[in-house]
Design a protein around this ligand. Structure first.
Ligand code: PMP
Length: 286
């Protein structure tokens, strides 16, 4: 089936979709994005994703391209037109096109792109069954990691380093030895006493939508949570570890820098949280 991409008001065949060479997203990474999970033909946690998009846009003074209702319509259309049942939808907003200059252009229309991609749910399930390996790397990123910008080169480099070490995700570590977050996920551990630990929100991490929904689930399940930074040795000695992201929901971590976590198998709490995640998530059929 031909893929369809949304670009600035038009639904175009994949091969014909593009943005201008002087788009500020291309030249300055002057651009923000969202990735939402699509599960069984429904969008997951759209309200939280749109709220985060609003925040990223407002903090960078990029104009909102259209209302939330219109954005929801585009998301639903792009999922439907590509017949994606399980996968993800990607939405990107740039400051728009303008002659290359560091200063913000006066009046430009933001660029809006949306695309959808299927992901084989069986492959993800198989990955979750075995769990993933993590490689830690120093965090070289800027001071506004709370904004979901496309400035993703540090994440791409970190994931490449992880891959070379046989790992599937990288964890960034700050100058004090605390884990900030994954290259494209939030990081969590379960302490030997059963407490779930994750870093509190600050400018060093992205406020994950999956993180927020998982905190709701943990509360509903009566699981004790402490939001505080943890170190790599603490994580290696943890009872369980996992990462969260819209594309992988709750993904068990079974080794960190080659050191096995919980005998190298996904933990029971992690498995339960993964199973129950969509009970608490917002589900919008498209
Ligand atoms: N941190 C970073 C750096 C990410 O790229 C992502 C994935 N977008 C996350 C955390 C997880 O966020 P979410 O749960 O909203 O996908």
């Amino acid at each position: 089936m031909a893929r369809i991409v949304y670009v600035n008001g038009r639904y175009l065949p994949y091969a014909e979709a593009g943005v201008h060479v002087e788009d500020r997203g291309f030249q300055f990474a002057d651009s923000v994005y969202e990735v939402c999970e699509v599960k069984s033909g429904a969008l997951i946690d759209t309200t939280r994703h749109l709220a985060r998009l609003d925040r990223s846009l407002a903090e960078l003074k990029i104009a909102k391209p259209m209302s939330d209702a219109a954005l929801r319509h585009v998301l639903a259309q792009i999922v439907r037109r590509n017949r994606v049942r399980d996968g993800l939808v990607y939405l990107q907003v740039t400051r728009g096109k303008a002659a290359r200059d560091f200063l913000f252009p006066g009046e430009t229309d933001p660029t809006l792109v949306a695309l959808a991609r299927p992901i084989d749910p069986y492959k993800v399930a198989a990955k979750a069954k075995s769990g993933i390996a993590v490689k830690t790397v120093p965090d070289p990123r800027w001071g506004r990691c709370d904004l979901k910008t496309v400035m993703l080169l540090p994440a791409a480099l970190a994931k490449e380093t992880a891959r070379e070490a046989g790992a599937q995700e990288a964890w960034f570590v700050d100058e004090k030895g605390f884990v900030t977050e994954g290259a494209s996920s939030n990081a969590w551990i379960v302490r030997p006493d059963g407490f779930v630990l994750t870093r509190p929100l600050d400018n060093r991490i992205l406020g994950g939508v999956t993180r927020a929904t998982l905190l709701d689930l943990l509360k509903a399940q009566g699981v004790p949570v402490e939001q505080r930074p943890f170190t790599v040795p603490e994580a290696q000695a943890a009872r369980e570890a996992f990462v969260t992201s819209a594309s992988a929901t709750v993904m068990p971590v079974v080794s960190i820098d080659g050191h096995k976590v919980a005998e190298g198998r996904p933990g029971d709490l992690t498995k339960r949280l993964r199973e129950k995640f969509h009970d608490l998530a917002e589900i919008t059929p498209v």
